[in-house]
Ligand binder design. Sequence first.
Ligand SMILES: [Fe+2]
Length: 434
Amino acid sequence: MKNFSLFLSFTFLFLCPFLSQADVPELSREPPRPIVFVPHDGSKSDPQQVHVSLAGKDHMRVTYITEDKKVESVVEYGKQPGKYDRKTTGESTSYKYFFYHSGKIHHVKIGPLEPNTTYYYMCGCNGPEFSFKTPPSSFPVEFAIVGDLGQTEWTAATLAQIKSQDYDVFLLPGDLSYADTNQPLWDSFGRLVEPLASKRPWMVTQGNHEIEFFPIIEHTTFKSYNSRWLMPYTESLSESNLYYSFDVAGVHTVMLGSYTDFDCDSDQYQWLQADLAKVDRKTTPWVIVLLHAPWYNTNEAHEGEGESMREAMESLLFNARVDVVFAGHVHAYERFKRVYNNKADQCGPIHITIGDGGNREGLATSFKKPPSPLSVFRESSFGHGRLKVIDGKRAHWSWHRNNDSNTLLADEVWLESLSSSSSCWSSSQSHDEL
Ligand SMILES: [Fe+2]
């Protein structure tokens, strides 16, 4: 984490022309708020940027970073504060990006853990005590969902809203730190989200701001993202951290990669096909998918950017009777009807764009007119969503604007799982087959 000033200067002098390529400059957006840079106040050996994620059945992965490379990758934990009766050693990595040298990034997979249970833990035998709660093993289960988070004052407002109401698992459909090659901002983002991400599993997939390709200097894409946000891809038999799946209670969640190959001969496509084929709707009646670039979008921002992925993969999701597809990328909120192949279809997934976390670029304020009959609700405001799955049949979706109190719902809808919709399954097709 050295050379911050030099790196910052370099970034603003030379990188800015490249940073704008990911966005649509002609759009009229509301003014973004300033970046919140969170410094590290502890010693070099103190763990920082602590976050936890699901890591296969009954296991969690604890990730933390130390500037001191001698600190061990070890997590002590137990069910009572200050009493750690278990200890696990993990692995570590680090990376270089031009002048920047990352700290030691520790990943420690712990378990088996009991469901719906609070564990107290310490990282690297040093620093403060943290705690997290494991998700329940059965319904109900609640997800907080928002993409394009960034690290601005808007982000802080979104995080405060999320923190004010409990949830089990956080889902982020891409665009985390908006570091955009300025690596110290990855560290700042890790510190900003730590109060939440150290307490509940945070499950993320990548957006375009995670690519961080730089001509001549850095050709390895997703270098920082893959080093810092290790997700359970090996546990879900994927060969890439850019796409994976996991089960929580009765919900099978698939995280897809909008910025890696998705054609029918790609590894991602083959993996998705095999992953969906294994889903047992008796065990996981709900199937949801997250990706970054939306397949359905009536905003002028990023229009058509998810189209080639939709053409390649939509039939896989439709045939598996996926319930909901969440996307980010467009800095606004939009909810669609059940759709398939650009038409309303009672057996297709509901598509929801929830890219309104608080990024530095502001909101995407230009929706196309007249509105599409497929689009049910759309608004350019910062906020986050909640998916509360009540049982195998019913779930409640709500969208919470930052400007409202959390008891006020700007949009809400009750959902019924397609697993319980007999008209969407042919007589020769058992639920177990899909
Ligand atoms: Fe994006």
